[in-house]
Design a protein around this ligand. Structure first.
Ligand SMILES: Cc1cc2nc3c(=O)[nH]c(=O)nc-3n(C[C@H](O)[C@H](O)[C@H](O)COP(=O)(O)O)c2cc1C
Length: 178
């Protein structure tokens, strides 16, 4: 998903269109019988389906929503985004300000996945870890700098996916998928 600002090279091995034909129903059996339904958001990692991953990769831009500890909301567009594996999304922090402040106070984020090339609409929530050193940070730093030296690559935002909802209009709008 090389969409500029450095994204794209670090995602897991190319998955190809595998599984694209097998589109699950909006409320799948797994969803209906999920042991996690009714629990509060957060804490338990879930695995994105092949179709969800394809949609994440194809999204033209990712809107990253955060909230301060006091509940002040913020949303910002991000393009330096990598799908690393079934449950991990990386976001490159070049210019985050309120987003980063919120994540330091309240390490949860939500992105929505919608736009050209995306089937339906997904809201993906996750737990956040902020990295400013270590192998993952170095990998992100090198990748961003390889795109353009002007990008500061200040920190790596690691999102571990905990909840997925559909935001497609219709009877199932807002339903929990994972
Ligand atoms: C299309 C688009 C893509 C962007 N991608 C990123 C990004 O990947 N990483 C980043 O740190 N900032 C990115 N930005 C800039 C931030 O969204 C912008 O600086 C925003 O104001 C962040 O400030 P905030 O955290 O206070 O909301 C992007 C901006 C636009 C318009």
């Amino acid at each position: 998903m090389d969409r500029g600002l450095g994204g794209g090279d670090l995602r897991e091995g190319d998955e190809g269109p595998k599984g694209l034909g097998a589109r699950p129903p909006v409320l799948s059996r797994e969803t209906l019988f999920s042991p996690y339904i009714g629990m509060r958001d957060g804490g338990i990692m879930v695995k994105l389906t092949e179709e969800m991953k394809e949609n994440v990769k194809n999204a033209p831009v990712w809107s990253v929503a955060t909230a301060s500890k006091a509940g002040e909301p913020n949303v910002a567009p991000m393009k330096t985004v990598w799908l690393i594996d079934d449950e991990t999304i990386w976001i490159g922090d070049n210019y985050m300000n309120k987003t980063l402040a919120n994540l330091k106070e309240n390490p949860r984020a939500c992105i929505y996945v919608w736009g050209e090339g995306v089937k339906g609409c997904l809201q993906i929530k996750g737990d956040i870890e902020i990295k400013t050193s270590g192998p993952d940070y170095e990998k992100m730093y090198k990748d961003i700098k390889a795109k353009a030296d002007k990008y500061p690559a200040k920190s790596l935002i690691v999102m571990k996916v905990t909840d997925v909802y559909t935001c497609k209009p219709g009877d199932d709008a807002g339903a929990k998928l994972l």
